[in-house]
Design a protein around this ligand. Structure first.
Ligand code: HEC
Ligand code: HEC
Length: 202
């Protein structure tokens, strides 16, 4: 009896979630115009968001909406660059908390696909060594584990990662205090090596 009750609840929640997400079909189409079909990006400076940890994703959207994270202008639309350039901050400006949480859950349930990109194989070992020493505690499995709720680094696009490290270094994007201490131990060469280590995981 008890277990039946649990199943009934999860079925009800499942229906509720898919109804909420269905409402957002037009919003999701807009997201995918830049982030790629099913949130798997085809452009180096746009991150893949499929499989992104749910709470990290929701937080990111809150920060963009509140203009607390840098937004760059982009006009990707499945390769059609005729659409006007817009920013992440503008895209989520009119969405309420519940809508943003629904989007985070929707993309979390889609499979992450590592970017097929060129990388410098000569940098990978040095990058892995720095990652294992300073970052793997929070970004385990080489930055591939969504259960860490710390973003997915393994297989993310190089262009996006380069912009992200630059935004953390300049202070334009806020970061976890403990992460900042580790980040400050990285030389410029370490940062490049770590990025190529993440890109090598395909
Ligand atoms: C006009 C193109 C565009 C559209 C539309 C767009 N994004 Fe983005 N998104 C970007 C870019 C570019 C970035 C990288 C940050 C930056 O440069 O602004 C980004 C970053 C993100 C991030 C941060 C990822 C991370 O790893 O921290 C999330 C989450 C995200 N977008 C989700 C969405 C969702 C959900 C939608 C739809 C509501 C959406 N985006 C619509 C271009 C877009
Ligand atoms: C104390 C835990 C912790 C440590 C140590 C840590 N991180 Fe993070 N990191 C996080 C969390 C939590 C997030 C997600 C929150 C955010 O977006 O800022 C994150 C996010 C990131 C992102 C952005 C991911 C995205 O999708 O935009 C990058 C890149 C990153 N970390 C790199 C590193 C590197 C490189 C190191 C080692 C030098 C490191 N982190 C060490 C906790 C940590």
């Amino acid at each position: 009896m008890k277990s039946f009750y649990r199943i009934a609840i999860s079925v009800a929640l499942g229906l509720f979630a898919s109804a909420a997400v269905a409402q957002d079909a037009a919003v999701i189409e807009n997201c995918n115009g830049c982030h790629g079909d099913d949130g798997v990006s085809q452009w180096s400076d746009v991150p893949t968001i499929a499989g992104m940890p749910e709470y990290v994703h929701a937080d990111a959207l809150f920060f963009f909406r509140d203009n607390e994270r840098p937004c760059s202008e982009s006009d990707y639309k499945q390769g059609d660059t005729s659409r006007p350039a817009t920013t992440m901050c503008q895209v989520v400006a009119d969405l309420d908390d519940a809508a943003l949480e629904d989007l985070a859950l929707y993309y979390f349930e889609l499979p992450f696909v590592a970017a097929k990109q060129e990388f410098d194989a000569g940098l990978v070992a040095a990058g892995k060594a720095r990652h294992d020493e300073l970052c793997d505690k929070c970004h385990s499995d080489g930055g591939a584990n969504p259960d860490d709720e710390a973003g997915i680094l393994a297989g993310q696009w190089i262009g996006y990662l380069e912009n992200t490290f630059a935004d953390y270094a300049s202070g334009a994007r806020e970061q976890d205090k403990k992460m900042k201490e580790k980040m400050e131990m990285l030389s410029d060469a370490d940062v490049t090596a770590i990025i190529h280590y993440y890109a090598s995981q395909q």
